[in-house]
Design a protein around this ligand. Structure first.
Ligand code: GCW
Length: 704
């Protein structure tokens, strides 16, 4: 009997446990019952009903979302009224053009208490949707809504995700499973996930998605695929999201039987016009095209002696009648062993400033090389005042340890956005170039390469959900702080227990610098494993291109370490404004995070930290590993405030991160020690593994 009782208790316990287990699928849209009864009652008093005087499809979405969210938070069904008849204590949605809403940017909203109702008002239906999600966020995070008075407008027009998803379901640089888009099932089968994806995006203000990889298959432009794309566009439209496609520049030849794809050939121009017409017939609000051309083997206008502008303008002409736009990527770099990849995009694009059609944006990665854990801002920002420049950030952690490393990316994004280009005097930050305010552009865009996939929790590492969230919030308002966004995300996703919120926020805020320390400290860059871009491979000397090796970038020799980009070296620094050159040009005063980006520094040089380069550099690897141990400890300390399934999953990934940090440390200090010929500084101990052992570990990582 006693045994039986025990069994029942164990069973009950595990059922409760299961009921609480959170697999992360609901992201930041949990809307669980507000635990504090007093607070719940105070919310309930003000949210007794929902009414909208506008019946556009997006406003209906807002009503539905409010109803579902509030019902969850308040534990009772909230009615949508068709006639409020002077009722008080409800939520009123209003799409209206008046003096007040005209002050808002498109999609901006206000939330105010008026005549004892809460009015969410905008001049667009999507503004009302964003306002509704913002309102729900107040309740979710436990904020007071007494005398609520919020006015908010997005600073950037197109806030987009770029998916690098391929037609067969794989994702280039995706670390969270396979593609969300099930092309073979579309258009007949609509996965619930498409809808949940749209909800998540709309809730943080994302209003555009590019569905497919920039290394694009021409397949997406066929009749068969246009109906599939239309099916997704139909799902996303009620959430205010426009669909874009990446295109393959050689499509006229590949699909249309044209002789070639020369953008000046009438036959080619017509082909694009016709295919564009077909797309718009199916999807009248189709956003337009994203193009990677003449980059890493992709076809482009230069194949026919034409410029990037010739290619972009041809497509711009095709989409113009439908108010579509073309986003042309500046991620191009010729393979010149004597050159400096840092300068390539600038060389190609700067002379084209002023020659692009008015519906073209040039999309520039945040840094000049490729989404490294730290890069100086791209020198094109500020250098093309006549061309709207879109920002491209990478959410998927290609160079940030895939889905086993906790790296909160908001500080990385902010560092770039807040960099001063001095293009139009002090304060010409990258953010102000991108939001159009410096050069008076109204066509503005910011893109994040998506980190989503078919994994149940969407992003592989649960903490990477914060990067998706932070991107959306910053795309909307780049002046939000990383701390603010982190704490907001933690409260709606993990816990509201104040001490746990503070601990996790601190851990997130430090995570990027910790990753930099154990992988590429002091401005070292591009020393990761070849092809897969995982783990260390600083010894990589040969690759298909010189600028895909590690030695091209770190330039280690018996004298020192780092790439001299001053006038004595490649003079990439010369691409920046004078003030920026002054800031980074002198090795004695260059901030340590950027040092090896711009200088070849001798091993014995005394740095501003008081240590020599070798001592500082090698110590960072050890400190980085210790910091991962610190992250593990901090995470353990919040266990009681976190859902057990989430806790265990993140703990496991932190342990994996620790193992990987040790690999980075041992591989890098042993490799560079061959050049510095100096001992590991006290109090640290030399690695117990040899360089050859590290090379073998990395070699095995890369085996097919
Ligand atoms: O970061 C690099 C990646 C490529 C990618 C390319 C790009 C889509 O390694 O996989 O291709 O950049 O941005 O075009």
């Amino acid at each position: 009997m006693r045994y039986f009782k025990k069994l029942i208790i164990i069973l009950l316990l595990s059922v409760t446990q299961l009921a609480h287990a959170d697999d992360g699928y609901r992201l930041w849209l949990k809307f669980d019952l507000v635990a504090n009864i007093q607070q719940r009652n105070s919310y309930a008093q003000k949210c007794q009903f929902i009414y909208s005087d506008n019946q556009e499809v997006i406003t209906k979405t807002a009503q539905k979302e409010l109803q579902a969210g509030l019902s969850g938070l308040l534990g009772k069904k909230i009615l949508i009224l068709t006639n409020p008849a002077g009722k008080k204590g409800g939520i009123i949605l209003q799409v209206i053009q008046n003096e007040q809403t005209n002050q808002l940017a498109e999609d901006g909203f206000s939330i105010r208490e008026e005549n004892q109702n809460i009015v969410i008002r905008s001049r667009t239906a999507s503004g009302v949707l964003y306002g509704s999600f913002a309102f729900l966020r107040q309740l979710q995070s436990g904020s007071s809504i007494a005398q609520i008075n919020i006015t908010d407008s997005p600073k950037i027009k197109y806030r987009m995700l770029n998916h690098w998803d391929n037609p067969l379901g794989t994702i280039e640089r995706g670390y969270a499973g396979s593609s969300l888009w099930k092309w073979y099932e579309l258009p007949e089968v609509i996965d619930q996930r498409y809808i949940d994806y749209a909800r998540a995006n709309a809730s943080i203000g994302i209003n555009a998605v590019v569905l497919n990889n920039v290394n694009a298959s021409a397949r997406f432009l066929t009749k068969e695929y246009i109906v599939k794309v239309k099916a997704l566009a139909d799902v996303f439209r009620p959430y205010g999201i426009k669909v874009f496609l990446s295109l393959n520049f050689a499509a006229p030849k590949l699909l249309g039987g044209a002789k070639n794809s020369d953008p000046m050939a009438p036959e080619v121009r017509n082909w694009w016009k016709n295919v564009t017409k077909e797309i718009y017939a199916a999807i009248p609000d189709f956003g337009g095209y994203l193009v990677k051309a003449n980059s890493e083997g992709e076809p482009g206008p230069q194949d026919f002696g034409r410029t990037h502008a010739d290619g972009a303008n041809m497509l711009a002409e095709a989409v113009a009648p439908y108010k579509g736009i073309v986003i042309w990527r500046a991620f191009v770099y010729a393979a010149d062993p004597k050159g400096d990849r840092f300068k390539e995009a600038y060389k190609d694009f700067k002379p084209l400033d002023g020659t692009f059609a008015s519906n073209v944006l040039v999309q520039v990665k945040n840094g000049p090389i490729d989404f490294q854990s730290r890069e100086p801002f791209h020198p094109l920002f500020g250098a093309m005042p006549k061309t709207p420049l879109a920002m491209e950030f990478q959410l998927t952690q290609e160079y940030l340890g895939f889905s086993t490393n906790l790296v909160y990316e908001a500080p990385l994004f902010k560092e770039c956005l807040e960099s001063d280009t001095y293009s139009n005097g002090k304060g010409s930050t990258v953010a102000k170039i991108v939001d159009g305010s410096i050069d008076n552009h109204s066509l503005t865009a910011i893109a994040g390469v998506a980190n989503t996939g078919s994994d149940r929790n969407w992003t592989g590492h649960l903490m990477s959900q914060a990067n998706w969230y932070a991107f959306g919030r910053l795309a909307w308002n780049h002046s939000l702080s990383s701390e603010q966004i982190a704490s907001e995300w933690i409260k709606v996703s993990l816990t509201q227990e104040p001490k746990a919120v503070a601990t996790i926020q601190d851990l997130m805020m430090k995570s990027r610098e910790i990753y930099v320390d154990f992988t590429t400290p002091l401005g070292l860059h591009h020393v990761m494993g070849q092809n897969i871009h995982f783990g260390p491979e600083p010894w990589l000397e040969k690759s298909a291109r010189p600028d895909w090796t590690a030695i091209y970038y770190h330039r280690a020799d018996s004298v020192g370490l780092g790439f001299d980009r001053t006038a004595q070296g490649s003079n990439a620094l010369g691409l920046y404004a004078k003030e920026v050159q002054t800031q980074w040009g002198n090795p004695d005063t260059c901030p340590l995070p950027y040092l090896l980006w711009f200088h070849h520094v001798s091993w014995n040089k005394k740095l501003s930290s008081g240590k020599t380069l070798w001592n500082e550099f090698s110590s960072r690897y050890y400190a980085g590993v210790q910091s991962v141990e610190w992250m593990q400890k901090q995470w353990n300390s919040v266990q009681s405030s976190i859902d057990p399934q989430i806790f265990a999953d993140v703990s496991g990934r932190l342990a994996a991160q620790h193992r990987e940090a040790l690999n980075w440390r041992d591989a890098c200090v042993l490799y560079f020690q061959q050049y510095s010929k100096q001992a590991i500084p006290a109090p640290y101990q030399a690695p117990s593994r040899t360089l050859d052992e590290m090379k073998e570990i990395v070699r095995i990582y890369q085996l097919k």
